[in-house]
Write a protein that binds this ligand. Structure first.
Ligand code: GP9
Ligand code: MN
Length: 636
């Protein structure tokens, strides 16, 4: 017994710092995952899974650090401690805004970084610095001469790696018991992190992205044929009564930044939050159950979905990852009808990689920051105030050759929702949650800017010959604000409510046509076919996943990018099937008929983008390259 004690003391001290590092990294990671990220844990079993998730990756990281820095082993564990803290803080900041986890493509979107500065500071809490406590303790221990340099023997290092692998497999097996095919099927990163932990998730994300990159190389025209026959297998739309009603008219497409439907028709402190839009809806087609379908690409995903009727990607922004692909977007299709297309946005042309992507999608003009006069007086938050933006855009619009397809991207109602006192037309809410409380004043300002926009369109004689499509691009209030949202709506926010809160307004205003409130379930994917049908444009080689919203046999369903879906009578979210009307949980079988379709839609759309399959399509034909047996030079 004595020799065991002796062994333990001598070996314990030479590995002491290693054990301390493992313990502290495990502890801080668990605390952040469990209490700061607040990942929803539904059972003791899941609680246990979450508890063990940091072990395998911490062992792996420490193992590699000690392998490569044998001579400076104390420094090695300190570097691992710093590295893990940086990851955790980055996760926290990202999660606080997006309720999601960063992916590799998002990390490399450095072009967006400078504009995000304000938002990042708002999301960083000074108290987050506690996450670096372990580094401080390790530094004191290592360099305060309290403990000797770590000396780890080769067999011990091998057992560290063996242990890492073993723990990972135990962790994975348990996670698969809760959610089968966790890593192959899910689109919801929150579930992945909850099941395998933040560090393992980041590693998985790296592998996933490298696999995605290789897909284009191996794709061929047969893959396009597969996707085409999949799309043709679902029922084709019956022509709507409104088909061609706006033939030859200009199209104003307006992205309403971060605008969600819950503010529409609602009063706060007895004041309407969106008085102008509420009035406009009375003379327009208003889609009450219209959902945004964006992922990490936010505004750019909304643009992509709307112009292409393809889904954005499960990770990253397609505007960044696949800007060189071939597309057959609305601007390109309308060019054949004699239309000019343009985008108006008072931000850097490179934000979201727009300048490249707009080229690929066939836009003729992009009026970005250099076209606007922007100074301290006329800007706030992210830049030029929306009212000024529309005012300064008008002469540019008038310079366009008609008919045109013009897209406007608003900006003032963007997180962190700052506004100057003279522009605030409604007071802040009073929940104590800063950005939630401020949201209403910037929404009200956006509403006012739309009023001014319509006045100017009329004053410039453009109203009668145009149609107007206004849409909310994505949520503005993430699940991170559920407490404040609950207080505002006077109810507890369940996962069912969280999906329902992904509704954004869609208003289609056609001068001279009476509108209607339409309660069909629909999504951004439906906008392209709807606009094309209103303009009377034939779409023989559509490759579109959406449907004309005015067609009598519109599918009455919407698929969200994280795999949740909403259908006629059910709503599916976080592995649970709900009754759509009541929000009451129902048997899984009720959702089954829709689940496969939802998964297939997302998968085929992803395949088209990963494989750059539209490059195999022949212009002006509904045949693919293989059917026509003609060589087409792929787009570089
Ligand atoms: C930036 C604007 C906002 O140009 O589109 O982007 P978001 O952060 O909402 O995706
Ligand atoms: Mn946006």
């Amino acid at each position: 017994m004595k020799w065991i004690k002796k062994w333990a003391i001598s070996n314990g001290s030479r590995l002491w710092l290693f054990y301390a590092a493992i313990g502290m990294i495990w502890f801080k990671t668990y605390m952040v995952q469990r209490f700061q990220l607040d990942l929803p844990v539904e059972s003791m079993f899941q609680e246990f899974i979450l508890l063990i998730t940091p072990i395998s990756s911490s062992l792996l990281l420490l193992g590699f650090a000690l392998l490569f820095m044998r001579k400076r082993s104390n420094l090695a564990v300190i570097l691992v401690s710093v590295f893990t803290s940086v990851i955790l803080i980055a996760d926290l900041i990202y999660y606080r805004f997006y309720t999601d986890f960063i992916t590799l493509p998002v990390l490399f979107q450095t072009k967006n970084m400078s504009d995000l500065g304000g938002s990042i500071w708002e999301l960083f809490h000074f108290t987050d610095l506690w996450i670096f406590l372990d580094t401080i303790v390790l530094l004191v221990l290592a360099y305060g001469k309290k403990v000797p340099q770590i000396r780890i023997h080769r067999p011990e290092l091998v057992s560290v790696f063996a242990m890492a692998i073993l723990v990972f497999f135990v962790n994975w097996t348990m996670a698969e018991m809760v959610r089968p095919q966790l890593l192959t099927r899910t689109f919801d990163r929150n579930i992945v992190v909850k099941s395998i932990g933040s560090y393992n998730y980041h590693l998985y994300d790296v592998v996933l992205n490298s696999r995605m990159k290789s897909k284009k190389v191996f794709a061929d025209s047969e893959d396009l044929v597969d996707a085409e026959s999949y799309l043709k297998s679902s029922p084709q739309n019956l022509p709507s009564e409104l088909q061609g009603i706006a033939k030859g008219k200009n199209v104003f497409l307006i992205s309403l930044e971060s605008l969600q439907s819950f503010v529409i028709d609602r009063k706060m402190f007895n004041q309407e939050i969106t008085p102008f839009l509420n009035d406009l809806i009375e003379d327009s087609f208003y889609f009450e159950n219209f959902y945004h379908q964006t992922g990490q690409g936010k505004t750019s995903d909304a643009e992509f979905i709307i112009d292409n009727s393809l889904y954005g990607l499960p990770s990253g922004a397609v505007y960044f990852t696949h800007a060189q692909n071939s597309y057959t977007g609305t601007p390109e299709m309308l060019k054949e009808e004699g239309y000019t297309s343009a985008v108006f946005h008072a931000n850097d042309a490179s934000f979201w990689n727009r300048e490249l992507m707009y080229d690929s999608m066939g836009y003729d003009e992009y009026f970005a920051k250099p076209y606007y006069t922007i100074n301290e007086e006329n800007s706030v938050g992210w830049g030029l105030k929306d009212i000024e933006f529309f005012e300064q855009s008008m002469p540019l619009v008038k310079s366009l050759e008609k008919p045109f397809y013009a897209k406007f991207l608003t900006l003032t109602n963007h997180h962190p929702y700052v506004i100057e006192p003279e522009d605030a037309m409604i007071p802040n809410f009073t929940s104590g949650d800063g950005s939630f409380d401020r949201y209403f004043a910037t929404v009200r300002y956006l509403d006012e800017s739309m009023k001014r926009f319509f006045e100017e369109v009329k004053a410039n004689g453009l109203y009668e010959d145009s149609i107007f499509v206004l849409y909310g691009d994505h949520y503005g209030i993430s699940e991170n604000h559920n407490r404040a949202m609950g207080e505002f709506l006077n109810k507890e926010i369940t996962p069912y409510d969280s999906v329902q809160l992904q509704r954004v307004p869609l208003i289609i205003h056609i001068p001279g046509t009476d509108g209607e409130r339409i309660d069909t379930v629909s999504g951004q994917i439906d906008i392209k076919p709807t606009i094309l049908n209103l303009l009377g444009v034939e779409t023989p080689h559509g490759m579109m996943f959406g449907h004309d919203l005015f067609s009598a046999n519109h599918p009455n369903a919407a698929v969200l990018r994280n795999g949740s879906f909403i259908a006629e009578d059910v709503l599916y979210a976080q592995n649970t099937c709900y009754d759509r009307e009541t929000g009451v949980e129902v048997e899984d079988e009720a959702c089954d008929p829709y689940r496969e379709k939802a998964e297939n839609d997302l998968r085929y759309s992803d395949e088209i983008i990963y494989g750059d399959l539209l490059r195999f399509m022949l212009p002006d034909s509904d045949m693919t390259e293989s059917e026509a047996d003609v060589e087409v030079t792929p787009t570089p």
